[in-house]
Write a protein that binds this ligand. Structure first.
Ligand SMILES: [Zn+2]
Length: 341
């Protein structure tokens, strides 16, 4: 079974060969940039470099998927509301949120032809040409509506509004989600194999369970409904209290951080009767960045022992993470399956 079929089968609950290892939120590291002799800025605005960086991750680590785009702020940028960036960090420098209130948000109607989008489209074509014969799955990434809202309006302001009257937030999310549905079509038109919705701001520290259910979940479900390829929902941090609602979104996969114990996630999955497979949840900082290869393998074995469905990082990998540390997850999975077979 090739790695694409293996991954898709796991997501669809069909028969598979081995636990796939992949990263659902995209991966961009300094080592990848230096191997491609490029910069963060160029890798996100030049299709060939974008494809090269994304492909190099597979070449060097064997991670079973190429996730694109590489940048987390590509929508905000493509909408024309840029944030300044600086080399040497993944985080853009947000001097000031582009809008004062959710009501003020305006998204250009043809944004799908703006900013990074044309480069992403071209990059996916290049990746198809280079990797289709190896059956490497291509994973498109879309930002969740709530997270995009917090990119466009100051998060502190949004949190205050969540505690009082959130009708204005709801209206803004509805508008943003319409655009995100176009984005899902954009990725599907490029024949991606799977789509990850990355929604870090919907973490339980910011959005309590009742708000998640009322305000976040309906839009996540609307995105899922727009998909004709398997979808994975990624929400970072401590999402324990929202887990039940996250499973109820019925994505094919749920990507969770190490702050959620895999056994607990399994328990909630069973309780909710959800079909979502559980993805993650190797710590990106304390393990992937800081530990050595043997220790990373140990952590990977622990996740495999707990029957993680898809092994991978718990979130966006830190910029400075060595590629060999990422590869250690794949090696661990290979050794684990060699032992049991
Ligand atoms: Zn995350």
């Amino acid at each position: 079974m090739d790695i694409k079929e293996n991954l898709i089968n796991v997501l669809k609950g069909k028969e598979y060969e081995k636990t796939p290892v992949t990263a659902f939120p995209s991966v961009l590291t300094t080592e990848l940039l230096s191997k491609a002799k490029t910069t963060f800025d160029e890798a996100n605005h030049n299709a060939e470099k974008m494809a090269e960086v994304a492909g190099l991750l597979y070449d060097h680590t064997g991670l079973e998927g190429i996730t694109i785009p590489l940048d987390l702020w590509f929508e905000a940028e493509s909408f024309g509301y840029v944030v300044e960036r600086q080399e040497g960090t993944l985080m853009p420098v947000v001097k000031e949120a582009p809008f004062d209130t959710p009501e003020d948000i305006e998204i250009p109607s043809d944004y799908i032809n703006m900013g990074q989008f044309p480069h992403i489209e071209e990059a996916v074509k290049i990746i198809h040409e280079k990797y289709d014969d190896k059956n490497v799955p291509i994973i498109g990434e879309v930002t969740g509506a709530f997270t995009l809202l917090t990119d466009l309006v100051d998060l502190g302001k949004i949190i205050k509004m969540l505690n009082s009257d959130y009708i204005e937030i709801d209206d803004a999310l509805e508008e943003i989600n319409k655009k995100l549905i176009e984005e899902i079509k954009f990725f599907q038109d490029m024949d991606v194999d799977c789509i990850v919705v990355n929604d870090p701001s919907s973490t339980a520290k910011i959005v309590k369970p009742n708000l998640f259910e009322d305000l976040v979940q309906p839009y996540l479900m609307e995105l899922k409904d727009a998909m004709n390829v398997p979808g994975v929902l990624h929400i970072c941090g401590d999402t324990n209290s929202n887990l039940e609602n996250m499973f109820s979104c019925e994505y094919e996969g749920l990507s969770i951080s190490q702050e959620v114990d895999l056994n607990y996630a399994r328990e909630v999955k069973e309780r909710t009767g959800s079909n979502s497979v559980i993805c993650g949840n190797i710590a990106i900082g304390e393990t992937l960045l800081m530990k050595n290869i043997d220790e990373i393998k140990e952590e990977s074995y622990k996740c495999l022992d707990k029957n993680v469905d898809i092994l991978g990082p718990s979130c966006n990998i830190a910029y400075e993470t060595p590629l060999n540390n990422i590869k250690a997850m794949v090696d661990a999975r290979n050794e684990y399956f060699n032992k049991i077979n």
